[in-house]
Design a protein around this ligand. Structure first.
Ligand SMILES: Nc1ncnc2c1ncn2[C@@H]1O[C@H](COP(=O)(O)OP(=O)(O)OP(=O)(O)O)[C@@H](O)[C@H]1O
Ligand SMILES: [Mg+2]
Length: 236
């Protein structure tokens, strides 16, 4: 991990997030602990998250208490393993998953990217792969010159994975197989995954099948987000 210089909180849209979590900018920008110190890991994680998060969600702060708690649990698990193994850096790569359910426009993706940013500022290393389910299926379609199995392993083995819009695509044999292989692999290894879906729980079973939803039910904390479509509200 390379040393990361102090961050401008405005450039990285950190002000609201730091205030919400009671984190001092002086802690984040402390340069004396070396590259493996929690503040340096946090700066590195924020820089990486900022590159990967779509601009629309660049300032997202998760405000759902269950989402905030899930991030805190990932952090606590990472610190516990670090203390047990004596590793230099605490790494979030094991733990419960989270599924955010709710109708269109209620803020699931906002909460999801908020959680990514939230984990970043804790100083625990989290190497995310972030995708929507339809983009992932498109990236995995067998085609000439692409090793789609290698690409699949990138998703399957991501230390932390975000799959936005699960169950949004047309069900085919191909998507069924990807869903089962992905979710079964992550289920067996307790790899933390954040899913979002605007399907109702019953529809999710119809779209994903019982073997997938049974595993999701056991591996995930379920968070339901209600309310109006926020896009309509902001258009009004
Ligand atoms: N807590 C929040 N604070 C401010 N803006 C929010 C919040 N939650 C959501 N938004 C905004 O509301 C709009 C809808 O949110 P978002 O895209 O997260 O919804 P969604 O549930 O993922 O919708 P879909 O099911 O269509 O994917 C976006 O413009 C988002 O930036
Ligand atoms: Mg969304």
């Amino acid at each position: 991990m390379q040393p990361i210089p102090p961050l401008d909180p405005k450039q990285y849209q950190l002000e609201e997030l730091l205030t919400a979590r009671g984190i001092d900018l002086d802690w984040l920008n402390d340069e004396y602990g070396g590259p493996y110190s929690a503040p340096n890991v946090a700066r590195w994680s924020i820089v990486e998250a900022t590159k990967a998060i779509p601009v629309h969600y660049a300032s997202a702060v998760a405000d759902h208490p269950d989402v905030v708690r899930w991030v805190a649990e990932l952090k606590a698990g990472a610190l516990e393993r670090q203390a047990r193994r004596g590793s230099a850096v605490a790494t979030a790569d094991r733990g419960r998953s989270l599924i955010l359910l709710g109708p269109t426009g209620t803020g699931k993706t906002h909460q999801a990217y908020g959680a990514v940013r939230d984990l970043a500022i804790t100083g625990v290393s989290a190497r995310w792969v972030m995708t929507t389910a339809p983009d992932m299926y498109a990236a995995l379609r067998p085609r000439h010159g692409v090793d789609s199995e290698a690409e699949f392993r990138r998703y399957r083995s991501a230390p932390v994975l975000l799959v936005d819009d699960l169950g949004a695509s047309k069900v085919t044999e191909f998507t069924e197989e990807i869903n089962f292989r992905l979710i079964n692999h992550r289920y067996e290894r307790q790899l933390p995954t954040m899913f979002t879906s605007n399907a109702l729980p019953k529809e999710l079973t119809e779209r994903l099948g019982e073997r997938v939803t049974s595993r999701l039910g056991q591996m995930c904390q379920r968070v339901t987000i209600g309310g109006q479509d926020r896009r309509r509200r902001s258009a009004a």
